[in-house]
Design a protein. Structure first.
Length: 461
């Protein structure tokens, strides 16, 4: 495709260089937003008398036709074009001659691309927020059905204290709500208009940047034209929010991988969301979750790409910045894919309540409660802690658990023990009495579910 900047040059650009330089293979996806930005620009040019009103009208009509033709498949993107911006402008000129050539008055690709990415990312963030909200809703549903599903809570992956599956789900619910709010903050901060920054130093034409801001739904024009074309902090910020979201999904995935192992057997994935092995007939593998865990590294990599790309750049635009798109698009694509598979996967998994409970019944998970029993009878906590430790050692030696150890053995340590110790250390008591705000008891978790649902509705309103 002929270059618009060919005037200064005496030769055509080398083919390899052209391919190296071109970004249309990946920025082509922004065609809609490029046209949206150009329509606003053309409207403003006409209204401000910078180009004749009838040219503005014709340009807008032409841009709409191009949009329709791309959407219907009638017009294919030319992969030899330098980028999507050049392609659309050239197509407009092909169709409308001199009128088309007036579109780029008082504009540079530098502010054009800065507008396009913002418009594009604004839409994508909305979609990712909707998916994340769907996941939170799914978690609330699972939690509601499992407020009394007892399972072990772990520290260091060692059984620690009993909790409920609902409690565990609502922990992720809270993390995801923070992801939602981080994404909203990012969208809010990036929603300002760089158009009119032009190449870097604004323009001598009497443009109206407030008008284009309003037309494009931006809060206001960016205050400084150099800043308008130089920074990609909004891509970094989004990549960071997405990396954190992926990190949460990755930790959750890791747990699901463990939970569906034969060693745990806490859950079973639906056949539609698991895969088999090419050699071992017995296998049912949690590939989705492993891919999510793996892709988390990739999204973090996108964040690092963006940060490293920016850190040495003098103001204003540098071609290095073209590298922003592949990184942020990759992060977005992968997050969406992960959410779209993760949501139905956890929505269809079978929960093996009995195995969860059995796992909680082992491993002296009620030892803290045994110590607390003595504290409630007047013993200082440190002494109660020590005695309980000795009781655990004794149980291990005798192949007993705290539930099965005879009362005489208890009383050999202190006669504060009575037969009510068995109720005090039963799993149900351990969970039901953990009633502190934020705790795992059914009562406490119901409050969390309620609060999560309210916060979710607020976040999405
Ligand atoms: N394709 C370019 C990018 O994505 C558009 C901006 C080009 N600007 C320039 N001065 N060469 O960054």
């Amino acid at each position: 495709m002929a270059k618009m900047w060919a005037g200064r040059f005496s030769k055509e650009v080398d083919e390899t260089v052209n391919a190296f330089n071109s970004s249309i293979s990946f920025d082509g996806r922004m065609y809609r937003h490029d046209i949206q930005g150009s329509i606003a620009h053309a409207t403003m040019l006409g209204k401000c008398g910078i180009i004749p009103e009838e040219d503005s009208v014709k340009i807008i009509k032409g841009l709409r036709e191009i949009l329709d033709d791309i959407e219907s498949g009638k017009l294919e993107l030319d992969m030899t074009a330098e980028d999507i911006h050049m392609f659309i402008e050239a197509e407009l000129t092909k169709r409308y001659g001199d009128t088309g050539k007036r579109l780029h008055t008082s504009r540079s690709r530098n502010d054009q691309v800065a507008v396009d990415i913002r418009l594009y990312l604004r839409d994508e963030i909305e979609e990712i927020r909707k998916l994340t909200a769907e996941l939170v809703k799914e978690l609330c549903g699972i939690a509601e059905k499992n407020t009394d599903t007892i399972m072990p809570g772990y520290t260091h992956l060692q059984r620690a204290q009993p909790i409920t599956l609902a409690h565990h789900m609502m922990a992720y619910g809270q993390m995801l709500l923070r992801d939602l709010s981080r994404l909203a903050d990012t969208a809010e901060r990036m929603n300002v208009n760089p158009l009119g920054s032009c190449a870097l130093a604004g323009t001598t034409y009497p443009i109206d940047r407030f008008m284009t801001s309003e037309l494009l739904g931006f809060r206001e024009p960016m205050v400084n034209s150099l800043d308008g074309v130089s920074d990609r902090d909004f891509c970094v910020e989004l990549a960071c929010a997405l990396s954190l979201l992926m990190t949460h999904l990755s930790r959750f995935s890791e747990e699901i991988i463990m939970w569906c192992s034969w060693e745990f057997k806490f859950i079973e994935l639906d056949d539609a969301y698991a895969t088999g092995s090419s050699i071992m007939p017995q296998k049912k593998n949690p590939d989705i979750t492993e891919l999510i865990r793996g892709k988390t590294g990739r999204v973090t990599g996108d964040l690092v790409t963006l940060l490293s790309m920016l850190k040495g750049l003098p103001l204003a635009y540098n071609k290095d910045m073209q590298e922003d798109k592949e990184a942020i698009f990759d992060a977005i694509d992968n997050v969406k894919l992960c959410l779209k598979t993760f949501i139905p996967m956890i929505g269809t998994m079978k929960i093996n309540k009995e195995n969860m409970r059995n796992a909680a019944a082992k491993g002296f998970i009620n030892a803290t409660d045994c110590a607390d029993y003595l504290v409630k009878k007047g013993m200082p906590f440190r002494d109660a802690y020590k005695i309980t430790g000795q009781l655990v050692a004794l149980c291990i030696e005798k192949n007993e658990t705290l539930e099965t150890l005879p009362l005489e053995e208890y009383r050999n340590f202190t006669d504060l023990f009575d037969k009510d110790v068995y109720t005090a250390i039963s799993l149900e008591t351990c969970v039901n009495q953990r009633n502190s705000y934020g705790g795992p008891s059914p009562e406490a978790v119901k409050v969390q579910i309620e609060k999560t649902r309210t916060s979710l509705a607020e976040a999405m309103s």
